[in-house]
Design a protein around this ligand. Structure first.
Ligand SMILES: [Zn+2]
Length: 475
C-alpha cells in the first residue's frame, strides 16, 4: 500500500489531497482547493499530482473548501466514482461547492467588465486566468456524493473497509478509518486520516471520538506548536464585548466564516441571552450562506453534543433562532442595515474581510469610535482582517482609505483545530499506533510537532514533502 501526499503536505495547509494506491485501486482522501495567489492557486488546483481518471473513489473528511473545494475540478477532469462522506458533510457541500462556484462566476464577470471598460485590474495577469469551475461543474460533482452515517462500516473497494468517526471540528467532520486486507499475506493494515481534528468543548459539536486500533495515522498539525486559550472563556469574553459596545449604542461587526464559526457565535449569543448576560439587542446574520448553513445545522441534531441537547433540543428549542435574531438574505435587507442605528450586532462573511457583505459593513462603520469589530477567526497574511488585527489605523476598502476608529477586539478561543496538547493527548489514546505521517501544517509547526512527538516517545514519524509517495508494508 502506498500513500502519495498530493496536497496540504510539506508545509502547505490548504488543498488537502492524499492518494492511497492499494493493488490496482486508487482511493483519494479529500480533494481540497489550494488557496493563495490567483495564478498559483489555479495551477495547483488544475494540475493534480495523479491522474483523476484512475481514481476509483474519494473519502471526504469534511466540508471546508480547503478539503472539498477541488472536487468539481476532479470530476471535470474525468473522475466519476463515488465520493463518500457523512450526511451532514454532503448537505453542507451542497451549499459550500455551489457558493465557491458562484464566487468564481462573479469574479470572472467582474474581471470581464473591467476589461471591457479598459480598466485593467492591478494584477493584469489575473484577467487571463480562467475560473476553476462553474455551478454546473459543482452540481456534477455533487451527483457523485454518497453519504454514510458515523461508525457505519462500508466497503470502499475490494479489500478496503472504511468508517467515519466524529472529528469534532465542524458539523459532519470525520476521522476516516480504513482497513486494508492483503489476501496473499492474510494481514490487515489499519490507516486513519484525521482530516482536521477538533478540540474538546467546541460548542454544539461532540468531542473528537476515539478511533479503533490504527497502524498508520495521517494527522493534521495546523497548531502543532501552539496552545489555545481555554474555550471556557469564550462566552465571558463575548459578553464583555457585547455589553461594552451595546452600552454606548454602537454596532458590533463580527466577520465570520459562514460554516461553523457563524453558528458557534450565534449559539454563544443565544446562551448568553438565555442567561441574561447580554441585552436583547438585534442580531443580524447578514450572509445567505451562513443562513443556509444554519438550516443544515438544524437538520442534523445527530451531530450535536449534550450541551446543545440539554440547553435547547430536548426542550424543542432551536439553538439558531431566538428573539431579535434576523437572517438577512436579500441585498435590499443587507443594505437597509446601513440606515439602522445601534446598538446591534452584525455577523457577516467573508471571515477574513476579503469579499462579500462584510466589506460594506466595515466601510460604513469602521470610522465611528462607538462601533467595534470582533475578529473570531484566523486572518491570513495580506488580508484586510489581518491588517485590522495588526492594529493598522488606516485601511483601504473598495479602493478608498478609511480611518480605523472603531475598537478592534480579537478572540482566539474559537479555534476549531486541536492545539499541540490536544494532538498529543489524542495520539496517546490510539491503540496499536506504529507510524505517524504529519500533514496540513506550516513547516515550523510540523518541525516543532515532530520534536514534541519524539519527546513523547514517537520516533516513527514521517514528514512527507509535497508529491512524495511512501510505501507501507503489511507486517
Ligand atoms: Zn477544516
Amino acid at each position: 500500500m502506498k500513500i502519495k501526499f498530493a496536497g496540504a503536505a510539506g508545509g502547505e495547509v490548504t488543498g488537502s489531497k492524499h492518494l492511497i494506491t492499494f493493488g490496482k485501486k486508487q482511493i483519494l482522501l479529500d480533494c481540497g482547493m489550494f488557496q493563495g495567489k490567483r495564478k498559483d492557486a489555479y495551477e495547483k488546483n488544475v494540475n493534480f499530482l495523479f491522474d483523476p481518471t484512475k481514481v476509483n473513489s474519494v473519502l471526504l473528511s469534511h466540508a471546508h473548501i480547503d478539503h472539498s473545494g477541488d472536487l468539481p475540478v476532479l470530476a471535470k477532469q474525468g473522475f466519476n466514482g463515488p465520493i463518500y462522506c457523512t450526511y451532514a458533510t454532503r448537505d453542507l457541500c451542497n451549499y459550500m461547492l455551489l457558493d465557491s462556484a458562484f464566487i468564481q462566476e462573479r469574479e470572472a464577470e467582474y474581471l470581464m467588465e473591467r476589461k471591457k471598460k479598459k480598466k485593467p485590474n492591478k494584477n493584469i495577469e489575473d484577467e487571463e486566468i480562467p475560473m476553476l469551475y462553474d455551478s454546473e461543474d459543482a452540481k456534477n460533482a455533487l451527483q457523485l456524493f454518497h453519504a454514510v452515517g458515523y461508525e457505519q462500516s462500508f466497503v470502499v473497494e475490494d479489500g478496503v473497509v472504511a468508517s467515519f468517526y466524529d472529528a469534532g471540528h465542524v458539523l459532519g467532520s470525520s476521522l476516516v478509518h480504513m482497513m486494508f486486507f492483503d489476501k496473499k499475506k492474510k494481514k490487515h493494515l489499519k490507516v486513519c486520516f484525521t482530516g482536521d481534528l477538533g478540540r474538546r468543548g467546541i460548542p454544539i459539536l461532540r468531542d473528537p471520538q476515539l478511533i479503533p486500533e490504527t497502524d498508520i495515522l495521517i494527522i493534521e498539525c495546523t497548531y502543532g506548536n501552539r496552545l489555545h486559550p481555554p474555550l471556557q472563556s469564550a462566552g465571558e469574553d463575548l459578553a464583555f464585548i457585547v455589553n461594552k459596545v451595546a452600552s454606548r449604542g454602537g454596532k458590533l461587526i463580527i466577520p465570520s466564516f459562514a460554516l461553523e464559526r457563524a453558528q458557534e457565535v450565534i449559539y454563544h449569543l443565544n446562551v448568553l441571552r438565555k442567561e441574561k448576560k447580554i441585552p436583547a439587542i438585534p442580531i443580524y446574520v447578514d450572509s445567505p450562506l451562513a443562513a443556509n448553513i444554519s438550516e443544515v445545522f438544524r437538520s442534523h441534531p445527530e451531530c450535536c453534543d449534550k450541551h446543545a441537547y440539554d440547553k435547547f433540543i430536548t426542550h424543542g428549542e432551536d439553538p439558531f433562532s431566538f428573539e431579535n435574531l434576523y437572517y438577512t438574505r436579500s441585498v435590499e435587507d443587507s443594505k437597509a442595515l446601513n440606515t439602522k442605528t445601534g446598538p446591534m450586532i452584525i455577523i457577516s462573511a467573508s471571515g477574513m474581510c476579503e469579499h462579500g457583505r462584510i466589506l460594506h459593513h466595515l466601510k460604513n462603520n469602521i470610522d465611528n469610535p462607538k462601533n467595534a469589530v470582533l475578529i473570531v477567526g484566523y486572518q491570513a497574511e495580506n488580508t484586510l482582517g489581518r491588517k485590522l488585527v495588526n492594529g493598522e489605523k488606516r485601511v483601504n476598502i473598495f479602493g478608498d482609505p478609511y480611518d480605523v476608529k472603531a475598537d478592534i477586539f480579537i478572540m482566539d478561543a474559537f479555534s476549531a483545530h486541536a492545539d499541540r496538547s490536544d494532538l498529543l493527548e489524542y495520539i496517546s489514546r490510539i491503540n496499536g499506533l506504529k507510524k505517524i505521517c504529519l500533514v496540513h501544517g506550516e513547516r515550523k509547526q510540523i518541525d516543532a510537532f515532530t520534536y514534541a512527538l519524539a519527546e513523547n516517545g514517537y520516533n516513527d514519524v514521517y514528514t512527507p514533502t509535497l508529491g512524495e509517495e511512501i510505501e507501507f508494508d503489511f507486517e
